[in-house]
Design a protein around this ligand. Structure first.
Ligand SMILES: [Zn+2]
Length: 278
């Protein structure tokens, strides 16, 4: 009788654990694997088919930087943009509807920063898109917790506006993506994870000096947003916006900073934007 009772209790514990934890986890894992395979298939299909002509037209009409890129660079960017487009989840918040155009404009701009990198924001999984400007910039620990959760928040009106103009050093997608790169070493300090050759070349120390110079100078030249004076993390993000939006100007006024960013992103937009387009 006692043995039967013990066996009954053990069986019910086993069944409870199986149905409460093990089985749901297995189902979740299977769904994740299926979703991953679907994404991969979608990415390969798009790569094989080639970047759709209407996508190129949309970017040409809505993203000023794109118009300045030579054709070969655009082709390189398309591949990364397809990866971002298919591998990240886009979620509309507060009633905002996600369309292919929304995904495309965000994906393409985000891809510019990592065009020459092997990976494509591996910790980033979800792009939360709000209809209108809001306080998407969160400082310090909150920014780091969003990074750890694998999310980024963007306001569509600001993202679309930032893309349209190139002369204002304002681009919210580039800004938030620079924060993502900064945080890959789990620090929100304006110094991203660096390859060894940049570490030994004193990249971080030079950037800190540049930040000091920028902080001590009245910002009447409007190349880097004044907001970049907040701290090193904002400086890196705002300097990155200027680097991609007004490279010729940044190169002229802050050549040391320009070269640091050029080495980090492995891109020279000042030269690139002035190359023949074909
Ligand atoms: Zn910021």
């Amino acid at each position: 009788m006692t043995i039967l009772l013990i066996m009954g209790i053990l069986t019910s514990i086993f069944l409870t654990l199986y149905f409460t934890f093990y089985l749901p986890q297995r189902i979740l894992d299977r769904k994740r694997r299926e979703r991953k395979a679907e994404r991969k298939a979608e990415q390969e299909k798009l790569l094989e088919k080639g970047f759709p002509r209407e996508w190129k037209e949309y970017l040409f009409n809505n993203w000023a930087i794109y118009r300045h890129l030579p054709l070969a660079t655009r082709e390189q960017l398309h591949k990364k943009a397809i990866e971002f487009f298919t591998q990240k989840d886009f979620l509309g918040k507060r009633g905002f509807r996600i369309t292919d155009e929304v995904k495309l404009l965000i994906s393409a701009q985000a891809s510019l920063l990592v065009m020459n990198q092997r990976t494509c924001y591996p910790r980033l999984h979800k792009i939360l898109v709000y209809p209108e400007s809001m306080a998407t910039n969160v400082a310090g620990n909150s920014a780091m917790s969003a990074y750890l959760e694998g999310t980024i928040s963007l306001a569509w009106d600001a993202a679309a506006y930032g893309a349209r103009l190139r002369s204002d050093s304002y681009n919210v997608v580039i800004h938030e993506c620079a924060h993502q790169l900064d945080q890959t070493d789990l620090k929100n300090d304006g110094i991203p994870a660096l390859p060894n050759h940049l570490k030994t070349a004193g990249w971080a120390a030079t950037l800190k000096k540049e930040f000091q110079t920028f902080s001590d100078t009245p910002n009447d030249r409007q190349i880097i947003q004044e907001y970049g004076k907040t701290d090193m993390a904002e400086y890196f993000a705002c300097a990155t916006e200027a680097f991609f939006e007004r490279p010729e100007h940044l190169h002229r006024v802050y050549p040391t900073l320009y070269n640091l960013l050029k080495d980090f992103y492995e891109l020279d937009p000042a030269i690139l934007y002035n190359q023949k387009k074909e």
